[in-house]
Design a protein around this ligand. Sequence first.
Ligand code: SF4
Length: 444
Amino acid sequence: MKPRVYIETFGCQMNVADSERAATGLRASGYDLCQSIDEADVVLLNTCSVREKAERKVYTRIGEVRAARPDKRDLLVGVMGCVAQLEGEAVFEHASSVNMVIGTRATDRIPVLIERAREGERRVLDLGERGEQDSWDVSPVERHSPHVAFIPIIEGCNKFCSFCIVPYSRGREKSRPASEIVAETRRLQALGYKEIHLIGQNVNSYRPRVEDGLEGFTGATPFCRLLRAVAATGLPRIKFTTSFPRDFHPDIVTALEENPNLCDWVHLPVQSGSDRILKLMRRGHKRSDYLERIQRIKNSSRRLALTSDIIVGFPGETDEDFHETVTLVQECEYDSLYIFKYSKRAGTPAAEFHDNVPETEKTARFLELEKVHRAAQEKIYRSYVGRKLSVLAERQSSRSESDLTGHSTCHKVVNFKGDNSLEGEIVDVVVTEAKTNSLYGSLV
Ligand code: SF4
């Protein structure tokens, strides 16, 4: 019987995409993938390090994995992803039962690393760079959904925001050749995928070494040209995330206006509304730069949904700074907003700053901002009642067997009555009710 590997994934879409690639490579090398620790010969934890709490959870999880299989002494446990890349050898010191530490750029080498561990090597470590010939291929059976696929277009980050660990865990920005991205889009289209997400820490910083595959496509930046090239494949729905404000060229909105299959949703994290805090965060943009981009999005001939991320209680944030964030949120009227209370992340420049905002104050700011945002969100969601939305029916709803759930082109969760035969179809739904974070409707 082939050895079986169980992969557990934490964190962002990039980790989901890496797990899909790891599974593809493992199956090609003669392994089977399984759905639980109980059946596994090898367990891989694909980890996230964006918050210190998430990192600590990895060590708890390693203990739980070992405890779940007390009988299986030869069970191999590997830590991959961002914690592996950042901690390296130290993972073995923290958790002596770990057999492999696999960095973020070693995904293609996982089968070889497992072989080394199976042959008895005690501490297998690979924090090396991605190989020139490494493959981005993902087999359809390993994708997280049969209808929606993630396509990484850029890895890593060069921005070095002072609170963020990503440039250290994921390395410098590296863009995939456009010809590969367009070819992958066409393959997914032929397989019947209805929606793709072009993903990366900063998709609009996309800068391939050679612009093969973008000939004949216009655009102010390589990302704008890529959007037009991907849209030209005709795949029904194309989304992209995450965008970085400084690199958000207005031509991105023009590309959306020209191509109906580029979906009407932009995620543009701002993090703070105060110039003083933005500077401490080393974001490389000011409030006014951000609002300029928002104006272009709001003035578009299409109604574009807008979402963002904000950190409250960053070291040094005064009441005045926070007030600037509140007024920015009022002005932007986000469809969705992810608010985080600042927490120190070891290894980042901000970890050296004096974290002088008390936890109670961070909570108070969080709640106040949430209230301000909710008021705008409720108004936006209510405005959809009576409107027709195009929804990709992704699966049966977990709440009701007679309901299907999916996302609109503006990336809202929409639930509606319908049977399983519609799964994977793009349907029109008239919204009948607005809930806090979702819409409810009826099939047209
Ligand atoms: S842009 Fe800033 S917040 Fe985003 S991944 Fe890069 S360093 Fe982190």
